[in-house]
Design a protein around this ligand. Structure first.
Ligand SMILES: NC(=O)c1ccc[n+]([C@@H]2O[C@H](COP(=O)([O-])OP(=O)(O)OC[C@H]3O[C@@H](n4cnc5c(N)ncnc54)[C@H](O)[C@@H]3O)[C@@H](O)[C@H]2O)c1
Ligand SMILES: [Fe+2]
Length: 384
């Protein structure tokens, strides 16, 4: 069997990556449409980008309308403003929310129909150049062909896909992540870890994605807690920004699996941030998947130094999952109850959540067969 491997054309990474990106941005167009949120304006990250654009005499329009995880309505507003302001390429600066919004705006500029039309289909036509500048070390969206947009009518987090959505340039500058608060650092770091574990244990894994996945798991284990405890630890931040990028590259070329499939409905209905809903599900989902391939989970125990001599693959895999649970506990991950999810609504919605999870296609990539009953049982187990 052959494999395809896609990454952004240019990746600029390291402490002064944004400052050094000017000549690359100059080649993308004359007027940038900057997609971001108000926090990025307040903390000065947008100004750092504007300084680079000014130096290169690149014009810009600021679209700072992303105030939560992206919806179809934010995207359509962005398309309208882009056209009115005559921009010719797009830059997203922020977490996964602005980056995903940028990709969807780009897609809707060159592809016909609505976003919902592309569920389960490939977005085929190239948008104007997309430049991604992540400020969380988490989603890896800077290196993926995916965008996740909530349909405001159906309350479904739509997973949309297509190689044209892969950013042309990813600018991965850890200095931009130094201000990320501990709860965001924890949730986004667990998102990156989840991408890497899922990519490695997916039915669609391939040797090239394995390399990036294992490397990302190792970096997260060594650095996430440090970045959480001391946000100003630039070395830990740098390692986490590389880990998130690696994990993005890994799942872009493999896939995510049951955790992400089940996480999106929780996010869509109860507005739990993406990384946190992954974290809530991680232990139960991994315990379920373990039986599908103890060897793959044991590989991760070996890579992270958790494996001890004479352990069977199953014991090694279990030890790895126990370490993941410990890390989540140290990062003070909330349960649905602690987050304030309405228990009655949650149980009333179980059937829809399971249906939506399966419809996304992600659970089917799990190394063990997953049925609707399995999904419902795991959702229930979060309230033990
Ligand atoms: N496209 C993909 O491949 C992919 C993969 C995983 C997740 N996602 C999507 O990404 C979205 C979540 O992105 P996210 O987890 O990065 O969160 P986010 O972009 O929603 O940001 C979370 C919060 O952190 C703040 N923030 C971000 N960076 C900061 C910084 N440096 N300093 C201070 N505050 C900062 C933001 O302003 C926001 O309030 C979800 O919609 C999820 O579905 C996409
Ligand atoms: Fe994710």
């Amino acid at each position: 069997m052959s494999n395809v491997f896609l990454i952004p054309r240019t990746i600029i990474s390291g402490n002064d990556a944004l400052e050094k990106s000017g000549s690359y941005l100059k080649k993308c167009g004359n007027k940038a449409f900057i997609v971001t949120d108000n926090m990025m304006v307040t903390i000065g990250n947008v100004q750092k980008l504007v300084n680079v654009l000014d130096k290169q005499e690149i014009g810009y329009e600021l679209f700072a309308e992303i105030n939560s995880e992206p919806t179809d309505q934010m995207v359509y507003q962005g398309v309208k403003t882009y056209k009115e302001t005559k921009c010719d390429f797009l830059i997203a600066i922020g977490g996964g929310s602005p980056i995903d919004t940028m990709k969807a705006i780009g897609a809707m500029l060159t592809n016909p129909g609505t976003l919902a039309d592309y569920m389960g289909k490939e977005i085929a036509t190239l948008p104007p150049a997309l430049i991604a500048i992540p400020t969380t070390a988490g989603t890896g969206s800077e290196a993926t062909q995916f965008t996740i947009i909530s349909d405001t009518q159906t309350e479904v987090k739509m997973l949309l896909k297509g190689a044209p959505l892969l950013p042309a340039i990813a600018i991965v500058d850890p200095e931009l992540t130094l201000t990320s608060p501990p709860n965001v650092t924890a949730a986004t770091g667990i998102d990156a870890l989840t991408h890497a574990i899922e990519a490695y244990t997916s039915q669609k894994s391939q040797p090239m994605s394995d390399t990036f996945a294992v490397s990302a798991v190792k970096r997260v284990f060594k650095n996430l807690l440090k970045a959480y405890k001391n946000g100003k630890d630039i070395d830990a931040r740098k390692e986490m920004s590389v880990a998130a990028l690696e994990a993005g590259i890994a799942f872009n070329n493999s896939s995510v699996t049951i955790v992400h499939g089940m996480s999106r409905p929780i996010g869509a209905i109860f507005h739990v941030p993406h990384g946190l809903s992954n974290a809530m599900l991680l232990s139960e989902c991994l315990k379920f998947a373990l039986a599908g391939s103890p060897e793959r989970f044991c590989d991760l125990a070996k890579a992270t130094g958790i494996y001890e001599n004479n352990m069977s693959d199953l014991q090694g895999g279990q030890a790895f999952i126990t370490e993941v649970e410990k890390l989540c506990a140290q990062l003070q991950v909330s349960t649905p109850e602690q987050f304030g999810v309405d228990k009655k609504k949650y149980f009333d919605q179980l059937d829809k959540m399971a249906e939506d999870a399966l419809k996304s296609g992600s659970p089917q990539n799990t190394i063990r067969n997953v049925g609707k009953e399995d999904i419902i049982n795991i959702y229930k187990a979060l309230w033990k």
